[in-house]
Design a protein around this ligand. Structure first.
Ligand code: SF4
Length: 330
């Protein structure tokens, strides 16, 4: 069996359990990621989709160990990253990089593009002098569709889409194998979003990157994802390949997200579900199925028993008591 590039086992993160006076004093903690197990194969793009607060960005950070897990493990190239020494962790960081959501906030406004893009190169000692640095930055700017003549300017002189290209150039500068793209297009105009998604796809073809692509909108990831994982209140509620998720979603929440798309997918055969109300507070996750407070199909068992994530059709799993290979009956 081929070892996936990255794999998680029962990965969980709780904020405010200990050490946070503010949260502790209110008697609350937030289980931002709750028992998540999945894997990503080399060269694959797995998209993580869900509303704000579902834990998708926290999970992205756990995969790169930018924050520590409360429970569970992350295996990168077969090794539990919690067991890595400081220097091994440093090498892993070179192989696993992040593209941030906010191209406005993630680039220091006073530094030149050359300094920003070359920061990881210098941190890992991959350029020996100024000439090498500028040559490498020029190459990277070309790769992301920007003119090398921009390298002495600062981020304020660029549009949102251009800034995200700069962020991508910085992330790929150290030749990573794995990229977590944390809502890389959410802050951009719709017209620019497709350009950035296309750029990420082109780079993947050229360099065989593996992606975890985080988004709150299923429409955004449709063209880039091989598999889609839908999260709700810290848990995976559905995971499957792209065709399964878009043409035969099993979980009512996935169906609701597809129904909410500006142009609902004509291929979606399942009953359309309009999502009402807000996501409950993560400090008060509803018992049983955490989606029951918003689910139009909820029944008594949903309020009492938490549904396990189980395979419904080969390659497609859903956490719903009523998930079947065919659309859920009304
Ligand atoms: Fe809805 Fe019940 Fe399925 Fe949860 S288990 S998604 S509440 S039908």
């Amino acid at each position: 069996m081929i070892e996936p590039l990255i794999r998680t086992e029962n990965l969980s993160k709780t904020f405010g359990e200990a050490g946070s006076f503010f949260l502790r004093s209110k008697g609350s903690s937030v289980r931002a990621v709750d028992g998540v197990s999945f894997s990503i194969n080399r060269g694959e793009t797995v998209a993580v989709v869900g509303e704000s607060g579902c834990g998708k960005s926290t999970m992205g950070r756990l995969l790169l160990r930018l924050i520590d897990a409360t429970e569970g493990s992350v295996f990168f190239e077969g090794t539990d990253i919690n067991t890595l020494s400081r220097s091994e962790m440093r090498q892993m960081r070179r192989k696993a990089q992040m593209v941030f959501q906010d191209p406005y906030g993630s680039l220091s406004p006073r530094r030149s593009i050359a300094d920003i893009v070359a920061e990881p190169l210098e941190a890992f000692g991959l350029v020996r002098n100024r000439r090498e640095k500028r040559e490498r930055v020029a190459e990277l700017l070309n790769q992301v569709g920007l003119s090398p003549s921009f390298m002495d300017r600062n981020p304020r002189q660029f549009s949102g889409g251009q800034r995200q290209r700069i962020g991508i150039a910085r992330a790929i500068s150290v030749d990573p194998s794995f990229l977590v793209a944390d809502e890389p297009v959410s802050a951009l105009d719709v017209s620019v979003q497709a350009q950035i998604v296309n750029l990420l796809q082109d780079l993947q073809e050229q360099k065989r990157f593996t992606y975890l692509f985080i988004a709150h909108d299923l429409a955004v990831v449709r063209h880039i994802a091989d598999r889609v994982m839908v999260m709700y209140l810290g848990r995976i509620v559905e995971i499957g390949n792209k065709e399964q998720i878009y043409s035969a979603p099993q979980h009512p929440y996935t169906q609701a997200l597809l129904s909410a798309a500006p142009e609902p997918d004509p291929d979606v055969k399942a009953k359309r579900i309009i999502l009402e109300g807000d996501v409950p507070s993560p400090t008060r996750v509803p018992p049983g199925c955490s989606f029951h407070t918003r689910c139009p199909l909820a029944q008594d068992i949903c309020r009492a028993e938490r549904p396990a994530l189980r395979e419904v059709t080969p390659g497609q799993s859903a956490a719903c008591h009523f998930a079947r290979p065919n659309p859920i009956p009304a």
